[in-house]
Write a protein that binds this ligand. Structure first.
Ligand code: 4NP
Length: 172
């Protein structure tokens, strides 16, 4: 299946190389606004794997302090996932010290994260879709623009299941 990229969006050409064993106890999900994709990823993964500390952040500051976007909250509620306690915050270089794994929703997020990596820091940063290779997707399309909140959650659920499996040796 062809990898589907946003028009005008940087394309990922190589196959993802994931560490064979991931053992982070703190995972950070990152998107642009921290009101749609990353809080949804956080909520879904928190429900799936409560033993891992999860958080989410946005590379931009537009929505800092706001709860997740209403339409996304409602789509999550239909799947029995409550994210009403979450509030948007901006990603910062300090997150490289506080998390053992950072997962970006698209390549723009990934580049913005890497631009803040402190010298010598080796925390792995991956695309979340790397954990759902069966989907052929190389980013999580932003439902703030596509309005496809359920399609976004379907993809996030597959990536969350793949992430849980990658952590399985320690967390099963
Ligand atoms: P998110 O979606 O990155 O998945 O939270 C967005 C939400 C808001 C904006 C951009 C993306 N915005 O430009 O306001």
């Amino acid at each position: 299946m062809p990898r589907r990229s946003k028009p005008g969006h940087a394309t990922k050409t190589s196959a993802p190389i994931l560490p064979s064993r991931l053992e982070p106890s703190q995972i950070l999900f990152v998107c642009l606004g921290n009101i749609c994709r990353s809080p949804a990823a956080e909520g879904l993964f928190r429900a799936l794997e409560p033993s891992v500390d999860c958080d989410s952040a946005g590379t931009a500051s537009y929505h800092v302090g706001e709860p997740p976007y209403g339409a996304m909250r409602q789509a999550l509620e239909r799947r029995d996932v409550d994210v009403s306690d979450l509030r948007a915050r901006q990603f910062s270089a300090a997150d490289f010290s506080d998390f053992g794994l950072i997962l970006a929703m698209d390549l723009d997020n990934l580049a913005a994260i890497e631009a803040q990596r402190p010298r010598g820091n080796q925390v792995p940063v991956h695309l979340f879709t790397d954990f759902a290779p069966q989907t052929g997707m190389d980013h999580v399309p932003d439902p703030y623009y596509t309005r496809d909140f359920d399609g976004c959650l379907d993809l996030l659920e597959q990536a969350a299941a793949g992430l849980k499996q990658a952590l399985a040796p320690r967390h099963s």
